[in-house]
Design a protein. Structure first.
Length: 397
């Protein structure tokens, strides 16, 4: 798939990058692994580069060109987190968050863009779920920096038409040594674990493409961890650490009458054929496997966040039709926030289709928002249904 294509992975000794490295190598890519110092990884030895300076980023590109001749993709995983309450602001934390997360990305992309334009290449970076929805106490500067990462990549993709860009939004804290040091009182068991294990049952893998954004393949002993992306948009907004629905990839169709719906195309990881057997012994996970929605954002009721993340893809796919639908849906979301009361929310499976419902009360009348996940080969479509006035009962069993 990526035979003889060259990818640069920065922060290559980090936990996320290690998984990316393995998947790219498996796909046939040639890698230049870059870190702050020379480090031996499972994918090979890194070169040292000072990405805090533009000169260091240009030197990295020069090494890649000398070694491989061309560059087809750059995946920038360098980043960092430090907690600091907004009322206790210090310039040092501000500098650390923006230098580590934003400045290094700008340096790398500025140095790489001329070469990526030549190959129609791919530029990717790591944001954070908080960048789309805001954050809790102590993370204002970090969230602002990750928001800048996402918006910078979106802007570059809009301006430089010859390339594609991807933003990964981790839907939680990624388990890294740095995060363990900075949050010693947290419970890492609740974090996203992209461990470097080569066992198929406990690793997630990334397959990069030059004509789309990223395809993710995932299986894990914790089925609530997954990643997905949509390829149709020039900017691939990806959620990492979302709720997983482990279904064997096969074509599915939507049944029933739907007057109005909107499809936001994503790519779900190719799942191993034994996924059902692997999780079948655990009743709770089997329930997750069959019936729950993919994203933690749905569980939190943050529909607006997902709407924001997939806005680019939807507009690109459906144009004015989407804009008209978006207006009506946004109005309903406003009602949800100001005038409504949540009566119930549930997820269930009906045949091959998986539904998530929120039943809300608007001035005494109940309406239903229904979301359907449909697996079609390697694609997952999100269908947003028109609000209905009579909630239906989930199927028995």
């Amino acid at each position: 798939m990526l035979t003889d294509q060259t990818f640069i992975v920065t922060g290559a000794a980090g936990q996320i990058a290690m998984s990316i490295n393995a998947a790219l190598i498996e796909a046939g890519a040639k890698l230049l692994l870059v870190d702050r110092k020379v480090t031996q990884t499972d994918a090979g030895e890194t070169i040292a580069a000072d990405l805090d300076s533009l000169e260091g980023a240009h030197a990295m590109i020069a090494v890649a060109l000398k070694r491989f001749g061309r560059i087809h993709g750059v995946i920038h995983t360098v980043g960092g987190f430090k907690s600091e309450p907004a009322l206790e602001f210090t310039p040092d934390t501000y500098a650390a968050m923006f230098d580590t997360n934003v400045k290094t990305l700008v340096h790398v992309s500025s140095a790489a863009l001329p070469e990526l334009v030549k190959t129609g290449g791919f530029l990717g970076g790591i944001a954070a779920g908080q960048a789309a929805r805001g954050s809790g106490a102590g993370a204002a500067l970090y969230t602002a920096a990750k928001g800048a990462v996402a918006l910078y990549l979106k802007s570059v993709a809009a301006e430089v038409k010859e390339i594609r860009a991807g933003v990964v939004y981790p839907m939680g804290t990624v388990d890294t040594p740095g995060n363990r040091r900075n949050m010693p009182n947290a419970n890492p068991e609740t974090w996203i674990n992209p461990w470097k294990s080569r066992e198929p049952s406990c690793s997630w893998r990334l397959e990069a493409t030059t004509d789309a954004c990223w395809k993710f393949r995932f299986t894990h002993r914790k089925p609530e961890r997954c990643a997905f992306a949509h390829p149709e948009s020039r900017l691939g907004s990806t959620l990492l650490g979302a709720r997983a629905l482990h279904l064997e990839p096969r074509r599915r169709t939507v049944t029933g009458t739907v007057k109005r719906w909107l499809t936001l195309m994503l790519v779900l990881a190719t799942l191993f054929s034994n996924a059902h057997a692997e999780f079948g012994a655990d009743a709770e996970r089997q329930t997750l496997e069959r019936g729950r929605v993919l994203t933690q954002a749905f569980y939190d009721g943050k529909l607006q966040m997902l709407w924001t993340l997939f806005d680019d893809a939807a507009k690109e796919l459906f144009g004015q039709e989407f804009t008209a639908f978006e207006s009506g849906f946004t109005t309903q979301l406003a009602k949800l926030g100001k005038e409504s009361k949540l009566l119930e929310e549930r997820a269930y499976q009906e045949g091959d289709d998986v539904y998530y419902e929120r039943v809300v009360s608007f001035a005494g009348s109940a309406e239903r928002f229904q979301l359907l996940w449909q697996l079609e080969g390697e694609r997952v479509g999100l269908f947003v249904f028109k609000p209905l006035t009579a909630p239906s009962a989930p199927p028995e069993g």
